[in-house]
Each structure stands twice: as C-alpha cells, then as structure tokens.
Design a protein around this ligand. Sequence first.
Ligand SMILES: *Cc1c(COP(=O)(O)O)cnc(C)c1O
Length: 226
Amino acid sequence: MISENLDEIRSRIEAACARSGRNTDDVTLIAVSKTKPVGMLMEAYEAGARDFGENKVQEIAEKYPRLPADARFHMIGHLQTNKVAQVIDKVLLIHSVDTIHLAERIEKEAAKRGQVVDVLLEVNVAKEESKFGFYPEETEEAVEKVRIFPHIRIKGLMTIAPNVEVAEENRNYFKKLYQLYVDIKSKNIDNGSMSVLSMGMTGDFEVAIEEGATMIRVGTGIFGSR
Ligand SMILES: *Cc1c(COP(=O)(O)O)cnc(C)c1O
C-alpha cells in the first residue's frame, strides 16, 4: 500500500515537473511520518524513501535510532526552545525556525557541539492566526539577524499554506513565497546559502511544484490518514 502510494506521488511529481519545465531531481519528496509507527517508515524506506518529516522531538528521538543510517529526518513542526538540544544532532534540516529567540537557542546548542545546523525560516504567508512563522514583510530582517549566527546556515524558506478545498486557492501564497525567496537571494542577504523552498503537502504539492518548491512534505498521500 505505502509502496503504491509512493509510486503514485512520484508520478504526480514527475507530471508537475514536466508541466512546469522543471527537473524531477530538483524536487525532494519528504515522507511525513508523524504519528506513524516505525514499521510503516520501514515500508516506505524499502520503497526508496529516505527523507522523513516529523513534528515532535519525542518521535524523532524514538524513530531515529531504529531506521537505517542513511535515513534522514526533517523537523517540520513548531520547536520549543527547551527541546533544541535533543533534536539538532538527529535531523538533516529544521524547517520551522519561527522566531529569533529559537534561532538564538539553536546557535547556542550548536556552538556547544561545534556543529553547524541547517535551517529554513518559516513564513506565515497567509498570516493565519493559528500558524507560526514570520510574516512576509518581517522575513528579510529575520534572515539578516539569523545569518550572523556562525553555527546556523539558512538554507531557505518554508511555509504551511492554508487548508483549502481546492489546491489552486493556494497558488498565490506559493507564488508569494517564491518571490520573497528570489528577492532575498538577489539581494544576497542570505550570503548565498539559500537553495531550498519547502512548500506543498498532500492536497496542494503539484501547485507548489509549479510555483518553485524544491521540497514537498507529503504525509496522508503516502501513509494514509492520521
Ligand atoms: C503534517 C504536516 C504535513 C503533511 O500533511 P499531509 O496533508 O498529511 O500531507 C506537511 N507539513 C507539515 C508542517 C505538517 O505538520
């Protein structure tokens, strides 16, 4: 089942890339495995998945040692400052840096370990009350502040688009994040470190790819409903 789902998502990624003249290799599929047991992650692993998205530090701590060493974990959920130390040595990328305060804590913990942590800044493009992240107009300044930290590398931007019935309704939010990303890169505010745009989930990943996503985060479409 998981293997068939993955095949289907992959062919939809290929089609979206073909439609928008993009290379399939430029889009990384992150299998969002939050709440799912290790057995299901292993099924996805056997079917070729290597990137897993989780939103709880506790779940990453449990699953990380039980997957093969070449599996990569992505922290995609809101991260509390007091849990930073438990997660920075287990994840490839933190997608959800949503305050300067959190970045400061990551810097401090990474410095202690002599490690450089790759992060994305989360942008609340639609300005939803229920969501975390910087507003679009705050993002440049946030990049300027975070880029100073020697133990953090800003790899790009992430957004969680609104939960909509029709994916097309999110196209403008994806466009807006892409534009913000391009603007920041063109002004070289990122010191040239940015190459990732994490946007699109089960309901809207094709639109996100058409608008420039380089990482998509798909849970339900691979593992079924939660
Ligand atoms: C749960 C989650 C996803 C995956 O959502 P689906 O709709 O199941 O694909 C993607 N991104 C984040 C940040 C999530 O928390």
